[in-house]
Design a protein around this ligand. Sequence first.
Ligand SMILES: *[C@@H]1O[C@H](CO)[C@@H](O)[C@H](O)[C@H]1NC(C)=O
Ligand SMILES: *[C@@H]1O[C@H](CO)[C@@H](O)[C@H](O)[C@H]1NC(C)=O
Ligand SMILES: *[C@@H]1O[C@H](CO)[C@@H](O)[C@H](O)[C@H]1NC(C)=O
Ligand SMILES: *[C@@H]1O[C@H](CO)[C@@H](O)[C@H](O)[C@H]1NC(C)=O
Ligand SMILES: *[C@@H]1O[C@H](CO)[C@@H](O)[C@H](O)[C@H]1NC(C)=O
Length: 289
Amino acid sequence: MFKGKLLSLSTLFIALISSVQSAIHYNQGGSDWTGTCATGKSQSPVDIPVDNISGSSINSKYFRSNKLLDIMVSQKSMSNITLQDNIYTYQYSFSDGYLAFWDENDSLQTFQLLQFHVHAPSEHTFNGQYYDVEVHFVHKHTTENRLVAFSVLFDTKAGGDKENEFIKSMSVGAQNQSVISTLPAMNLFKKLDMNQLYHYEGSLTTPPCNEIVSWIIVHDPQQISSAQVKAFNDKWKNNQTFAAGKGNNRGIQNLNQRLIYKKDDPRASNGVNLIASILPLFVLLFGFF
Ligand SMILES: *[C@@H]1O[C@H](CO)[C@@H](O)[C@H](O)[C@H]1NC(C)=O
Ligand SMILES: *[C@@H]1O[C@H](CO)[C@@H](O)[C@H](O)[C@H]1NC(C)=O
Ligand SMILES: *[C@@H]1O[C@H](CO)[C@@H](O)[C@H](O)[C@H]1NC(C)=O
Ligand SMILES: *[C@@H]1O[C@H](CO)[C@@H](O)[C@H](O)[C@H]1NC(C)=O
Ligand SMILES: *[C@@H]1O[C@H](CO)[C@@H](O)[C@H](O)[C@H]1NC(C)=O
């Protein structure tokens, strides 16, 4: 019963996310998109003031650190996945992944993975700085009509100019609908410094730009080789036919009084280990980790 409801909600969300794909274009970085994209006040992406000390980001004054913020990402082995070339992104649908999110108000929410997809260059900026690639793991709330987008960054300078095994396994440039045997997502997640966690409430970064997305960003740029970045850029950023040589990233949106939270580093604040305390919950809910 519960599962049936969950599945139909997920189907609805997949429909919502895929319905306008053909109409998505980046000729003006999204500034000509209409509807909520144009009128919304809680849009994404935004600039994240990672270096608050200098106050160099325009969003510095809305930056708060928080002890309660935490997440846990759990992923079944990603196998037999289809690469879908949506022209404006590569998308991989997969639903055997879960994410537990402890927000800044100490409220625990659980989400199920729907799909992940790629933007190059990054959509979010960090003190105004772009990274080479940003991958969004889009998760659906297990009971409500809300999404979490879990964002992982890749950069040849900040992360190192070395081949990334996760990116490699994505088979970029392979034929549309190619089946990928395995994607080592957990290997990628285990490498991330989950203390570098940022959260704010925003929107889908593609039309219809619904304001239903809790953004969770790990500011820990991962290694990627120049050749791997080039494979994405050949398709979007350096492709005159795609959007006159622009990437598939929406322009930065106004924060409009929203707060951006950063997880307090427990090594500095002596905070409790929430991850350890929700492990049993994960086993109970999803039967694995
Ligand atoms: C960031 O800087 C702003 C302005 O200087 C300040 O109001 C805010 O408290 C700072 N946030 C953190 C987390 O240090
Ligand atoms: C792989 O996925 C396809 C399409 O989703 C399905 O028909 C097939 O049975 C799957 N194969 C395995 C080995 O799971
Ligand atoms: C890839 O396949 C999907 C599903 O058949 C289709 O919607 C999409 O347009 C295809 N992409 C390209 C680049 O042909
Ligand atoms: C946390 O509580 C504050 C104050 O009630 C509210 O504005 C904010 O939206 C809450 N955050 C989340 C993620 O619900
Ligand atoms: C450049 O973009 C066009 C339009 O999206 C696409 O058909 C073409 O395959 C792209 N070129 C490369 C090298 O990916």
